[in-house]
Design a protein around this ligand. Structure first.
Ligand code: E4P
Length: 219
């Protein structure tokens, strides 16, 4: 399973990249705003800075909501770097835009997906990635991981090449659930990725090993 980091924070992207387990980055307009990035030029420069750090796909979301505008904006984003994946919302014009980008060989990430039906449409339109938001479903007492299971089953039934990019991942249990089901990618915050490291027996075991080593060495 590929690991993407879901942030526009350059320091966190660098930290995940340095860990050696990062396969890509996803951003969205809220994450860009959180970093104080606004204005066309700043936004473009920020995407370029992200692409310079990471080895892998970088999702950049369109702000437009009409077909014509999404095409124009998406083509400009894709021209920035061959790592750029144009992130398109799951709306009618978005599906049309994904079809257009797919024919042009431009990578896409269909975002804001909350049902298997939406994921089926995204695959039929030729999306490179589909982003079901599992954390936001959990927030409304709906099983986010069950959606990943449904999409996996449907995509496997028809050999769709669209990759399942489990999004809105919040913690290690989400990551492990996605890995068990067979999501192609998960995207989450740095905290979720680092939480995979943690176990109290690892910490106490290491402390004991180091203490025993020091004792044997007469320190
Ligand atoms: C998807 O690509 C989105 O950026 C993201 O995963 C949303 O996560 P959130 O629900 O934690 O905002």
């Amino acid at each position: 399973m590929k690991f993407f980091i879901d942030t526009a924070n350059l320091e966190q992207i660098k930290e995940a990249q340095d860990l050696g387990v990062l396969d890509g980055v996803t951003t969205n307009p809220s994450l860009m705003a959180k970093e104080g990035i606004s204005g066309d030029e700043n936004v473009i420069n920020h995407y370029k800075a992200i692409c310079a750090i990471v080895d892998g796909d970088v999702s950049a979301e369109v702000i437009s909501t009409t077909y014509e505008e999404m095409i124009k904006e998406g083509e400009a984003l894709a021209a920035l770097d061959n790592k750029i994946v144009v992130k398109v919302p799951m709306i009618k014009d978005g599906v049309k835009a994904i079809k257009y980008f797919s024919k042009k060989g431009i990578k896409t990430n269909c975002t804001l997906v909350f049902t298997a039906g939406q994921a089926l449409l995204a695959a039929k339109a030729g999306a490179t990635y589909v982003s079901p938001f599992i954390g936001r479903l959990d927030d409304i007492s709906t099983d986010g991981l069950a959606l990943i299971e449904d999409i996996r089953l449907i995509y496997d039934n028809y050999n769709y090449s669209t990759q399942i990019l489990a999004a809105s991942v919040r913690h290690s249990a989400h990551i492990l659930g996605c890995a068990k089901i067979g999501a192609d990618v998960m995207t989450g915050p740095l905290s979720a990725i680092l939480s995979l490291l943690k176990h109290p027996l690892t910490d106490s075991g290491l402390a004991t090993f180091l203490a025993d080593h020091a004792k044997a060495a007469g320190k």
